[in-house]
Design a protein around this ligand. Structure first.
Ligand SMILES: C[S@@+](CC[C@H](N)C(=O)[O-])C[C@H]1O[C@@H](n2cnc3c(N)ncnc32)[C@H](O)[C@@H]1O
Length: 354
């Protein structure tokens, strides 16, 4: 099955999706309000309908609007007055927002359609590097290991050990790093800190983001919810650091790119594949092929997979941990071991009972 065969959401699916703004954007009152506006507007839903299969239409449409606002020169559109990222201070509850948002979207409809048709949800969340550390600490190998990130976006996590990372009261990483991560550790257990030595590092992505390109950087910025200024500041600092390193990220769909990459990866040392918030963007019908492509890399070397993704059994999981990701580690084709729950922005991480 190719990506083109995947079922696309209908207008009704989209209306339903946009009507759950509180769930989708728990820390963005602006996007919660905009989601409700889109859910009730057939012409806006028609724009969202152009999103590529598997992509989250909510995040993609709002990132496209944000991108256009961030690109403006001259007098800003009145809509910018609601975006904290642009210095706006207006209240999302203000009724005028409906008119300003729909006017802006009608005036830029062709550009919005072009953006949602071609762009992807590629949010690089720097703090997820803390989860990668916890996952690596569960791997009993001295290293060096090869680190391969699937869905690397700009490659921010490939430099995870260049960041100062405070998890609960434990601090690791270079003390003088310009990138400083903090995350809450919801446990009295000690934070594991010993990780294998990292050898080569590389990524694979449908569309690698070139962090030296101002337009690509703006797209990454646009993906950060407007109120989340600390997340953006962290991204800016990490972008500077990573752009200078020019991480190696191959372009391609993991399902077809990983078998090609197999021959180039060392066989005399273990491979750690890391994927975060990536499998969730793979259309459901292709997830088994995605998992199999990663698993096949274990035929010629020892393989560990560390992932931070939406669990398949969401209902029970969400009841227990709220809307959150599961951090898992898997050795070869063995069973996945769940290590922790964490919220998508890694504001907290909670280790699970062993
Ligand atoms: C939401 S971003 C997450 C980026 C990064 N892992 C993080 O957590 O900060 C998901 C990334 O996965 C990539 N992606 C989605 N499906 C993919 C696939 N089948 N193969 C390779 N990359 C994929 C997207 O292009 C995007 O850059």
């Amino acid at each position: 099955m190719t990506v083109d065969d995947v079922r696309r959401p209908t207008r009704r699916d989209l209306a339903r999706r946009f009507s759950h703004g509180e769930r989708e954007f728990p820390t963005s009152p602006l996007y919660q309000r905009l989601a409700g506006i889109v859910a009730a507007d057939d012409r806006l839903l028609a724009v969202a309908e152009h999103c590529r299969a598997g992509q989250q239409p909510t995040n993609l449409l709002f990132a496209a609007v944000h991108f256009l606002l961030l690109s403006e020169t001259g007098t800003p559109a009145p809509l910018a007055g609601w975006y904290r990222s642009l210095g706006g201070t207006r209240d999302p509850g203000d009724p005028a927002l409906t008119r300003e948002f729909t006017d802006f979207c009608r005036a830029t409809e062709a550009e919005l359609i072009a953006l949602v048709t071609t762009r992807l949800v590629q949010t690089n969340v720097v703090k997820r590097s803390a989860a990668l550390r916890i996952g690596l600490a569960a791997i009993d190998e001295p290293g060096p290991v090869t680190l391969l990130e699937v869905g690397a976006s700009g490659g921010i996590h490939l430099a995870f050990d260049a960041y100062r990372c405070r998890i609960g009261d434990t601090e690791v990483g270079p003390a003088g790093s310009p990138v400083r991560i903090e995350t809450r550790w919801r446990s009295s257990r000690p934070v594991p800190t010993r990780i294998p030595e990292i050898g080569d590092r590389l990524g694979v992505d449908l569309h690698p983001i070139d962090l030296t390109d101002p337009t690509e950087r703006r797209w990454l910025r646009a993906l950060v919810w407007p109120e989340n200024l600390p997340q953006y500041e962290l991204l800016r600092a990490a972008t500077e650091l990573v752009a200078a390193r020019r991480p190696r990220i191959l372009a391609g769909d993991a399902v077809t790119a990983l078998p090609r990459l197999d021959a180039d990866l060392p066989t005399d040392r273990p491979l750690v594949v890391w994927h975060a918030a990536t499998r969730v963007h793979v259309p459901e019908e292709r997830r088994a092929a995605f998992d199999a492509a990663i698993g096949a890399l274990g035929r010629r070397r020892r393989l560990y997979t560390v992932s931070l993704e939406t669990p398949d059994d969401t209902t029970e999981w969400y009841e227990r941990y709220g809307i959150s990701y599961a951090l898992q580690v898997r050795a070869g084709a063995g069973p996945a071991r769940r290590l922790a729950a964490a919220d998508g922005h890694l504001t907290w991480i909670e280790p699970l009972p062993a």
